[in-house]
Design a protein around this ligand. Structure first.
Ligand SMILES: C[S@@+](CC[C@H](N)C(=O)[O-])C[C@H]1O[C@@H](n2cnc3c(N)ncnc32)[C@H](O)[C@@H]1O
Length: 250
């Protein structure tokens, strides 16, 4: 870990859900974070009315969005998984990262933009937790600042039985990930099997990812209840999963 980076720590109620954090960037190599950030920046430019340029990326993963956002915003990240934050610190020396749970983190500072991207919001799993999480994020935003949520699928757009297979290779590893998405009531369950092979052997990682299928109305209602004006509901967003932009009422 880079000694110049700082990771502050708070109590977390939920548990990390990834055992494959070290392979996240490899498994998401097909994602075009630079293009996504160009898209997000255009939404920030259009809607932000606060003066400052401080951004907090909640559920920041390996810091890929803030890697590109840092050219225009003063960024910090927060995630529930310390392994992800170690990767962020190596990638972005000197940047502030916070170990915390999006449902209840408390930071002393306020931000002009808070983002929660790539469907991470779905991990909160219940409408009550969606409400309190969005309220918590909104409480960290300056008046006129933005909350940008890239949602998970809705009950109308989720397709149970959807599956993906990713195969990647580096000089050191060959890796295969099979994901099968099933539905249990209003929660999507992603059954993930990952095989990682190097010349020492083959490791089998199994993960269960549970993400709530909130409706667009539930996202928008949570934002309004948290003191945000919903200034944009984009059905597509950067990768086709949609985008909600809320602005903190001054
Ligand atoms: C799909 S990844 C997205 C990571 C990153 N935003 C990206 O776009 O690559 C989901 C992230 O949400 C984080 N996460 C899940 N539940 C969380 C919680 N309750 N609080 C904070 N982070 C959480 C995971 O650790 C993981 O980094």
């Amino acid at each position: 870990m880079n000694p110049e980076s700082s990771i502050s720590q708070v109590e977390t109620a939920l548990k990390p859900c990834y055992q494959s954090a070290g392979f996240y960037d490899l498994l998401n190599r097909q994602k075009d974070y630079a293009a996504e950030v160009a898209y997000l920046s255009s939404r920030i430019e259009k809607h932000k009315k606060s003066e400052g340029n401080r951004l907090l990326d909640v559920a920041c993963g390996t810091g890929q969005h803030i890697y590109f956002l840092q050219t225009s915003m003063k960024c910090e990240g927060l995630d529930i998984d310390s392994e992800f934050l170690d990767i962020c610190s190596d990638k972005l020396p000197g940047m502030k990262f916070h170990l915390g749970d999006m449902t209840n983190f408390q930071l002393a500072d306020k931000f002009d933009v808070v983002t929660c991207l790539f469907s991470s919001i779905g991990y909160v799993k219940t409408v009550d937790l969606l409400d309190s999480t969005i309220k918590n994020m909104a409480d960290h935003i300056n008046p006129g600042g933005l909350l940008i949520i890239e949602p998970w699928y809705t009950p109308a757009t989720f397709k149970p039985g959807h599956s993906t297979v990713i195969v990647e290779e580096t000089d050191e590893y060959k890796i295969v990930r099979m994901n099968l998405w099933l539905q249990k009531e209003m929660v999507a369950q992603g059954h993930s099997h990952i095989l990682v092979m190097n010349n020492a052997g083959i490791q089998h990682i199994q993960e269960l990812h549970e993400l709530a299928l909130f409706t667009n109305e539930e996202y928008a209602a949570s934002m309004r209840a948290a003191g945000l004006e919903v200034v944009e509901v984009d059905e597509n967003g950067p990768i086709g999963r949609g985008l909600f932009v809320g602005r903190k009422i001054a």
